[in-house]
Ligand binder design. Structure first.
Ligand SMILES: [Zn+2]
Length: 202
């Protein structure tokens, strides 16, 4: 018998007994035809690394106690395999469901993100407009400040003018008062002279 390490047995080259429906039992069947050439080796799973490569070897192997116990319990192995197939199917269904849910969520998230991006664009535009408005307002404030400063300077100049005029007016008023007093004195003298003239004429 060739060593197990020297052979690579694929899954479809596993030794399989056949089911006898009359007895309801699994029985051995030689994997090789009577005069078959080029016999591919098969692996019997009753014991790890058991390779059969010819009819003689098979005949010898099936008499093995371990193999006989294995074939007696073969239905159980098949049941387990069936269960595994069912579980795989369930996993596939579950996986399909999860995949659909994932697709749905990805679509939803993409839609949410698109909505948020749109909102951000709208807000950005509004913000840009406000920045421009703010800049305009700031320029206006600067202009008003300059205007205000100029007006303050004008007020100071006018104040100085007013002060100067007021001083002039005061001095003119004093001159007027002085002249009035002089006029009064002159009038008094004239009246005195008139009185004197009148007295002379009488
Ligand atoms: Zn075996």
């Amino acid at each position: 018998m060739p060593s197990s390490e020297a052979l690579v047995v694929t899954r479809d080259r596993l030794y399989k007994p056949v089911f006898n429906p009359e007895t309801g039992k699994w029985v051995d069947q030689c994997p090789y035809e009577a005069y078959q050439r080029n016999r591919d080796p098969v692996e019997c799973r009753c014991r790890a690394g058991t390779i059969i490569s010819d009819k003689q070897g098979w005949k010898c192997h099936i008499k093995n106690k371990t193999h006989q116990i294995w074939i007696t319990n073969y239905h159980r192995h098949v049941a387990e395999a069936d269960q595994a197939v069912v579980e795989i199917k369930e996993f596939r269904v579950q996986n399909e469901k999860l995949s659909r849910e994932r697709t749905r969520l990805v679509k939803k998230f993409k839609s949410d993100i698109a909505g948020k991006e749109e909102a951000i664009t709208v807000l950005s535009l509004a913000h840009s407009k406000q920045v421009v408005e703010c800049s305009k307002s700031s320029q206006l404030v600067d202009r008003y400040r300059v205007e205000n400063k100029r007006q303050e300077q004008q007020i100071t100049v006018l104040g100085d003018c007013y002060q100067k005029n007021q001083t002039g007016l005061d001095s003119q008023q004093r001159e007027i008062d002085r002249l009035k007093r002089l006029l009064e004195k002159s009038n008094e003298k004239i009246r005195t002279l008139d009185d004197f003239q009148d007295a002379l004429e009488q």
